[in-house]
Design a protein around this ligand. Sequence first.
Ligand code: G3P
Ligand code: CA
Length: 257
Amino acid sequence: EGSETSRQQQQKMMNIAHRGASGHSPENTMAAFQKGFEMKADYIEMDVQMTKDGELVIIHDTTVDRTTDGTGNVGELTFEEMRQLDAGSWFHDNYAGEKVPSFVEVLDAFRGKTGILIEIKAPELYPGIEEKVAEALKERNMHQPNHQKIIIQSFNHESMKKSKELLPQVPHGVLAGRGWAKVTDEQLAEFASYADYFNPNMTIVTPELVDRVHKAGMMMFPYTSRTQEQADHLFQLNVDGIVTDFPEHVYYHPVHN
Ligand code: G3P
Ligand code: CA
């Protein structure tokens, strides 16, 4: 009963569709983002990289090998070459012909409809990627506060510092792998000087860490839940949002009274 009350009193748990609703459709494709939107995720999460000719594209790995019918490094293919690839068949025949989306294609399809959690993936491989992301957001007036829900995050914290300078009004997040299990309060304070989110691997989340991150003035969207049990566990830890392949695992508990 007590835990039910505290759940009801809690503010809404953000539901973040990881690489789109990637448990249901091929990750980082328009189909996966559309599915996340239809499932009423609060945010769709996506990985941004850059082609050889400087176009921003949405793909997770730094090679196209796993999620397309092609081969090679993202940064060594042109946008034209990238667009020839089939990014859906590896997941299921029903998705044959899905393409690697461009960043602006996703922005234009979903801005104003759902939140967008933008991960800049491996920015150390793509000099200038922060400027290109900032430019695309500014062109669409998506860099203003309260305009819509946009967050930029990366495992590369120097990249986030730089991006925050380019887009001071956009919330930023630092991603933290398992190696950050023993993050200190001093480190959290340093992150909080440019980041609004500390988004760790879910295996290092404890009630104490959630509390310390909140006290440092940041929120927490841990990654990546793939089962109902994992989502429920994170929910009970009082995180601010859950990054999941299955948006149906993250319920909305309405606040009563
Ligand atoms: O939201 C964070 C999560 O997307 C980071 O992990 O490897 O799926 O990009 P990864
Ligand atoms: Ca990601």
